[in-house]
Design a protein around this ligand. Sequence first.
Ligand code: PMP
Length: 388
Amino acid sequence: MSSVNIPPPECMLRPLEVPYRYLFGPGPSNVPPRILAAGARPIIGHLHTEMYEIMNDIKRGIQYAFQTNNHMTLAMSGSGHTAMECAVFNTVEPGESVLVSINGVWGERVAEIAERMGAKVHTMVKSPGGYFTTEEIEKALAKHKPVLFFLTHGESSAGLAHPVDNVGDLCLRHNCLFLVDSVASLGASPLLMDQQKIDILYTGSQKALNAPPGTAPISFNERACHKMFNRKIKPVSYLLDMTHLSNYWVRMHVLYHHTGPVSGFFALRESLAILAEKGLENSWRQHREVAEYLWKGIEDLGLKLFIKDKDLRLPSVTTIAIPDGYDWKELLAYMMKHHQVEMTGGLGPSIGMVIRVGLMGYNCSKFNADKALTALADALKHCPKRRG
Ligand code: PMP
């Protein structure tokens, strides 16, 4: 006979407390009431007819957001990394060559993911904020003959919107799949999956889409499907195996594979509905206008933007060069303490180089840009300047 000898923890006997924060970092962003309410609807079974209708809505919503007619379009149960791993695990077999462009942290992550599953990984590396010309990409494709080329469209660790035009054509010519990460850019910066010949595209729910973190739209075109459904060996992950996921999402066989995050899908459905109602072009325009307003405000404070060329700046996540003499951690802590405003430092190779300000979707307004600028100005005034 066993008895309970570990008492209930005291913290569990207190009510949950969650402060309100202005999430002006690179994500997650604040979730509007309509999406929060969608996530709070009563749960239904993940294989119920009504759930499949909602999943169908999600698919149509993603097809619109991605500008694709791909049938193989779905939402992953998991964050952006889940979609990243799903794309690599399914389209690459051990020993195959993969080319990854690295100009911030996301390429580093994909290179590691591909390496872990046994791919032969080749990298093209620039310092954070750098970008790759089509000539550089073509040279590397010709040299390494990869089956997959990875590019981050919205490099949120550096604040760069990487040009995508013509890269799809290059990949097609070199018989290579073109994989693009749009976690930080979807809905904020123009991207047209079919027209730009992107073979695999994924994003996350928690940035410009404004849903809670935990679901990740992804789409594969026919070329990508051909590669992943004609493999010699099964993908390393059972959970992320597209054979199973396509039965669940695309063929809609009522067969159990895993339990989808029902509330997360309700919220994602509503976030995609909001984007469809607003219209992609309006959303892109809004992000650009607010970003330009923010950029001017930052320069008026005497600060420098990290990405010099306006046309290469990511409108959803702005990077500010850390001002001389300041400790960036103190600036961030001051804004959090006195303004409940979250901004963040760099990530991976951009740590110590930048402060990142994200105004995405619901948060993307001149009102919030002013709020962010007020917090920044106040932090610059009150935080000690040590050097310079
Ligand atoms: N790619 C980019 C460009 C991102 O900004 C992020 C999230 N910061 C990710 C991938 C990873 O997404 P997640 O944190 O949802 O796994």
